[in-house]
Design a protein around this ligand. Structure first.
Ligand code: MCN
Ligand code: CUN
Length: 794
């Protein structure tokens, strides 16, 4: 295995990225000129507007709903309640994790913001005005807000809709070997335990969720423009829920203003828009507002964890054990592969060589919005990496060891790959030490520690935090991974037109990641057509092959592989046609950047464009070769890809105000072969900014009655350019051995790796106060409390 290390500097160009490396994004001209086309830009003749009435309370029985006044309100075309949906069997829908969720509440409301009724009217204002006229009588019930009380015998049962349900238990899950881990812990010199909370946060994409549904009763066809990261999977679900034939449903996901996992689940609003269109016979648009997005759509995290680490006195890590209480909200709307109810949390063993590991998890229902897997989480690897990187720092604190040295001592070594973890994950490739060393070199680690020591002498609070992560991205091998029975493979289709221009059709769906550019680059590299001559189509189920969509940084690992392989398939056919054109055998041809040359006679050659014309043109083709130059494949990955990275954060804490300032942040990422370094840096910068948000500012909190306290961007603080430093990045390249171009995913790496680095830095700054842990978000008040030894319960 070869790994190369590089520091990103303006003058240092990138180590051999894929051809056309830093090409500018093909999609940007339309975005910067205001020509992006988002769901809310869709205008259809006669289109009506839908608004949703949401529950003002967290837990209550619905006694009655009176819609008479709303129905009489000007411009109103329809008012629909859960009861009316129930008559059509549509009041409940399946979630992506096999639970059910109310489309509109019939019996009870189970979280503040839950959908209760909807109005369809001539315009958005008429629809919203009519909501005010719907009279709902609620019989209040006690809410369950803190997951830690959800299983108490006296806790009110939230999901009494489920047969025989008498508690708020959602599921249990375990991984690793409990007994082996116990043996290692019992014999270890040192054991450190820490309660660690990863609070509920929200992805808060710039564009909220919405849909335009257009049901044509004559054709019997439903067209649905919607904000979805997984159009094909959604189409199948609509077919199953609504009983519509799947070939009569077209899901179109146009430009999307950020997803971050928020646009993976199916929301009641989408179903309401479909019902609204069927009922009125007109196209219907639903667009939620910011508060609706924050209170009712897919949240992230909400894990209460106990981490334990066992080690020798000189710092050899032996085992990690964790107990997790997972808050899944009122419905289990998590979008994770069926066999993985806790997502990929199983990688909590991190980047270290352990003797044993064990995790036991209990998930509960609470009176909060459903969701769980979102916000660049890599299927819960955010939580796993936070746990392991925090607990490793707790060990360093106890052993009075330097956290960088402790990690270096325990990182997996290159000869151990492919490495099977104690919880059964097979890390495909990795070379961790150079990545860690490069981060330390860019940071000037030794010098930073000297500066810190001097500052401590003067009573100044400076902290240095480290996090090392390994991710598992690219779900996934279909033998292990499916969502509601749909295997997680991706299709890809490539058509080369007679003049040598091409169209590649993907089953994944970009939300800002730049797929129109990078997938053109992948195909260009394989087939020699310039990327500007290759259009990338996605986000339209009628016009792209089936696949499971974009999340868990799976596009590059799965669809990226599909794109490379479909291009090779076309190239193989082109080679046969070229052999006919040059009148030599296939074996006598050599492929070099866009042309087939006759071996030993390089002057004789045909370009891929020549071949494309011949494939479609006059004249005979070699025996058995059909006309045209196109191919389709479905790629089923043999394993996930395992990117890794080393992050170092430097913070200053104001001893007077407890304000944290992130002064420097160094991120060294290894995502294997790099397709477009500029896009990768953009992904990393964005993820690091998210990390600052989660570590220092963001939390979806609730009051004891279940009122969401993060219902607007006034209360739910997200970071701006003012809160973040100039990111310093570097990279190493350890290709994936099983991916056709060696690429691994990167889209969520920085969100996964940065929160522990920042928290570790703040805790390190507070070391003079004897602080060894503090929970996110590290707002000034929490830091203040920590300094005064009065850490409040989160
Ligand atoms: N890339 C590359 N070389 C690699 C790996 C990736 O050039 N070795 C490029 C890819 O070609 C792609 C981008 O980086 O253009 C991200 O690729 P990948 O890591 O495969 O992730 P996905 O495309 O599957 O994107 C999903 C990921 C997720 S799950 C979240 S959440 C998130 C993220 O992407 N949401 C985003 N980044 C986001 N960025 C934007 N702008 N908006 C979101 O909603
Ligand atoms: Cu978990 S957020 Mo991304 O996988 O869409």
């Amino acid at each position: 295995m070869t790994t190369t290390a590089h520091r990103v500097e303006p003058e240092n160009n990138d180590h051999k990225p894929l051809g056309h490396g830093r090409m500018l994004r093909k999609e940007d001209p339309r975005f910067v000129r205001g020509r992006g086309r988002y769901v809310d830009d869709v205008q259809l003749p006669g289109m009506l507007h839908l608004a949703i009435l949401r529950s003002p309370v967290a837990h209550a029985r619905i006694v009655s709903i009176d819609v008479t006044a709303a129905q009489a309100s000007p411009g109103v075309r329809a008012v629909v309640t859960g009861e009316a949906l129930g008559e059509q069997g549509l009041a409940w829908m399946p979630t992506l994790s096999g639970d059910v969720q109310a489309v509109l509440a019939t019996d009870k409301v189970r979280f503040q913001g839950q959908e209760v009724a909807f109005v369809v009217a001539d315009d958005r204002y008429a629809a919203r005005d009519a909501l005010e006229l719907i009279d709902v009588e609620y019989d209040m019930l006690d809410p369950v807000i803190d997951a830690r009380t959800a299983l108490a015998p006296e806790a009110p049962v939230i999901r009494d809709d489920l047969d025989g349900k008498s508690d708020n238990h959602c599921f249990d899950w375990e991984t690793g070997d409990a007994e082996a881990t116990e043996r290692v812990f019992a014999a270890a010199d040192v054991v450190v335990s820490q309660d660690i909370v990863y609070p509920r946060v929200h992805p808060a994409p710039m564009e909220t969720c919405g849909a335009v549904a257009d049901f044509d009763p004559v054709e019997g066809k439903l067209r649905l423009w919607s904000t979805t990261q997984a159009p094909h999977a959604h189409r199948t679900l609509y077919a199953m829920v609504a009983g519509l034939p799947e070939h009569k449903i077209q899901v179109i996901s146009p430009d999307i203003g950020g997803g971050f996992g928020n646009k993976v689940p199916i929301y009641p609003g989408y179903v309401c828009a479909i019902v609204g269109s069927i009922v009125t016979g007109k196209p219907v648009k639903w667009m939620e507002d910011r508060s609706e997005n924050l209170i009712s759509t897919g949240f992230a995290r909400d894990y209460v964890m106990r981490g334990e680490i066992a080690a020798t006195r000189d710092g050899k890590i032996l085992a990690i054990r964790t107990n997790v209480l997972a808050d899944h909200g009122a419905f289990n709307g998590t979008a994770a592969p069926v066999k993985y109810p806790a997502g990929f949390f199983g990688v909590f063993t991190g980047s270290y060589d352990l003797q044993a590991a064990y995790c036991k998890m209990t998930a509960v229902y609470t009176n909060k919005a459903p969701g769980g897997v979102a916000y660049a989480c890599s299927f819960r690897i955010t939580e796993a990496v936070y746990l392991v990187e925090r607990i490793v720092d707790c060990l360093a604190y106890r052993l009075e060891m330097d956290p960088a040295q402790l990690r270096l001592k325990n990182l997996l070594r290159p000869e151990q790959f492919p490495y099977t973890t104690r919880t059964g994950w097979v890390y495909d490739s990795g070379n961790y030490e150079p990545t860690m060393r490069l981060a330390m070199e860019i940071a000037g680690y030794e010098e930073l520690r000297r500066e810190q020591a001097e500052k401590r002498e003067r009573g100044e609070l400076m902290g240095i935090g480290i996090a090392f992560f390994t991710e598992a991205v690219g779900a996934g091998p279909r033998k292990d991974m499916d969502i509601l029975g749909l295997g997680m493979a991706d299709g890809c289709e490539l058509r080369v037109h007679p003049t040598g221009k091409a169209v590649v059709r993907l089953s994944v769906q970009t939300q800002g990641q730049g797929h129109e550019t990078t997938f053109a680059q992948i195909v260009a590299e394989e087939i020699g057509i310039p990327p500007d001559d290759i259009d990338v189509l996605h986000g339209d189920t009628d016009n792209t092959p089936f696949g499971l969509g974009t999340y868990g940084s799976r596009s590059t690992p799965v669809s990226g592989a599909a794109a490379a392989l479909v291009a090779r398939k076309v190239r193989d056919k082109a080679r046969i046609i070229a052999s006919g054109m040059l009148e030599v055998s296939v074996a006598d041809l050599e492929w070099r950047k866009g042309a087939f040359h006759v071996k030993g006679d390089p002057g004789r050659s045909v370009t891929i464009q020549d071949v494309a014309m011949r494939a479609h043109g006059a004249g005979d083709l070699p025996d058995g070769i059909e006309g045209g130059l196109e191919a389709q494949i479905c790629y089923n990955p043999s394993n996930l890809t395992y990117p890794h990275g080393a992050y170092i954060c430097v913070v200053d804490v104001d001893p007077g105000t407890a304000q944290v300032k992130v002064r420097r942040f160094i991120a060294v990422d290894d995502c294997g072969t790099r397709i477009n370094p500029m896009i990768i840096e953009g992904q990393v910068h964005g993820g690091l900014t998210d990390g600052v948000g989660m570590a220092l500012m963001e939390m979806i909190a609730f009051d004891p009655d279940g009122n969401c306290l993060g219902a607007s961007l006034m209360d739910y603080l997200i970071p701006t350019a003012l809160e973040v430093p100039d990111w310093e990045t570097g990279f190493t390249v350890t290709p994936s051995p099983h991916h056709p171009i060696g690429a691994k995913g990167v889209g969520e790496s920085a969100t996964v790796g940065s929160p522990p680095a920042i928290v570790n830095a703040v805790v390190d700054a507070l070391k003079p106060f004897g602080v060894s842990h503090a929970d996110m978000p590290l707002t000034p008040s929490r830091v203040w409390d920590a300094m005064r030894g009065a850490a409040r319960p989160p």
